[in-house]
Design a protein around this ligand. Structure first.
Ligand code: GLY
Length: 366
């Protein structure tokens, strides 16, 4: 078992603990009860987690007030679900002495964190992520929210967890495609922050794909340390936190243009290759770097080319709406070298001409 602490932004001496282990779930409830001796606990999870048996493993026969999101996944990530959760909490006579536990993947963490942020003006949330994506990325850093009918995460809040429990044994039941796609955020962390971590990933891919618990614990601690450090420096994404969006400018556009038939991590894999091709156009490439990245992604079995028949005008349109867009053209996070992000005028998200982006998209066609 490993423990690390992330400083809570806006405070001088408060931090939250991330506990990483294999087979941790049965001990989480007593640990939360001990951490919140006066609180009443409310659990939020989804139908997939119930079906996978993780809810039973967590509760060990306890009968607790809870809300199960149905159906699981993005279709339920809307304000209607948050309203239903808040009303379920009210019907259970819960008050400001509540602590919320969010057990599940990124969607549960985002919804549960947001419900906790707005219930009675905010109650603590404990994140218990169960997917490769949530354990590497979304459970840490305090971004919570739900989609509107127009855009993703339109309703949201920065609401940092009070504790995070990462049980890598929970990954055993994750379906293969989700498991592999979620690992792309780990590759991203190596690329933006740590050559040592990228090399660890290269060396241990077989064990990672075999879901070896020891290797997965090491993976989780690299991810949490890297993401935690970035979020501590720039919690509100004024500049440095943007490095976590490496591969996401084109990746998000590809995800949307595919009508979400590509998983987030799959689209980000294509976006990471796109960023590498842009780096080559701008003279930022190191010899062999892009090939190493491509090899890792190919071994993970995620796409490294655009899917056929992707609507390119839709892709360009989504990029114009990117949150980093200036004058309707996005900024890009690029690497100087493996483990180090390029900066221009002190900014981590930099302009790239439309011509270069179009050229790169052509190269990415399958
Ligand atoms: N997933 C990117 C961030 O948390 O900033």
């Amino acid at each position: 078992m490993q423990e690390l602490y992330i400083k809570v932004p806006g405070t001088t001496d408060t931090s939250y603990k991330i506990t990483i282990g294999s087979g941790l779930l049965p001990s989480v409830w007593p640990a939360v009860e001990a951490g919140f001796p006066k609180a009443r606990l409310f659990l939020i999870t989804d139908a997939n987690i119930v079906a996978a048996g993780h809810l039973d493993t967590l509760l060990q026969g306890r009968d607790v007030p809870s809300y199960v999101i149905r159906p699981a996944g993005e279709p339920s990530k809307n304000i209607g679900t948050v309203v239903a959760i808040v009303e379920a909490m009210e019907k259970a006579y819960l008050g400001r002495d509540t602590a919320v536990l969010a057990l599940g993947g990124g969607t549960v963490g985002d919804i549960g964190g947001f419900a906790a942020a707005i219930f009675k003006r905010g109650v603590p949330v404990v994140q218990i992520p169960t997917t490769t994506l949530a354990q590497a990325d979304s459970a840490i850093g305090g971004k919570t929210g739900v989609d509107s009918s127009v855009s993703k995460n339109a309703f949201g809040a920065f609401w940092h967890p009070t504790a995070v429990f990462i049980d890598v044994a929970a990954l055993r039941t994750l379906d293969k495609r989700q498991y592999r796609a979620g690992l792309v955020e780990s590759v991203k962390h190596g690329l933006i922050a740590s050559e040592e971590y990228f090399e660890f990933l290269e060396r241990n891919l077989d064990a990672i794909l075999a879901r070896d618990p020891g290797v997965l614990e090491t993976l989780a601690s690299y991810n949490c340390a890297i993401k935690g450090r970035v979020v501590e420096e720039d919690p509100l994404e004024k500049n440095q936190r943007r490095i976590l969006n490496y591969g996401h400018t084109i990746g998000h556009a590809v995800e949307a243009a595919s009508d979400y038939t590509l998983l987030h991590g799959e689209a980000i894999a294509i976006g990471i290759i796109a960023a590498g091709l842009i780096e080559a156009e701008l003279g930022l490439a190191e010899p062999g770097r892009l090939e190493r990245v491509r090899t890792v992604l190919e071994k993970l079995g995620v796409p490294v080319k655009l899917p056929p028949n992707l609507a390119e005008d839709r892709l360009m349109d989504v990029m114009k709406h990117d949150k980093k867009a200036v004058d309707r053209w996005p900024r890009f996070v690029l690497l100087d070298r493996l483990g180090q992000v390029h900066q221009k005028d002190g900014q981590y998200a930099v302009p790239v001409s439309r011509e270069i982006v179009e050229k790169v998209l052509e190269k990415l066609e399958g």
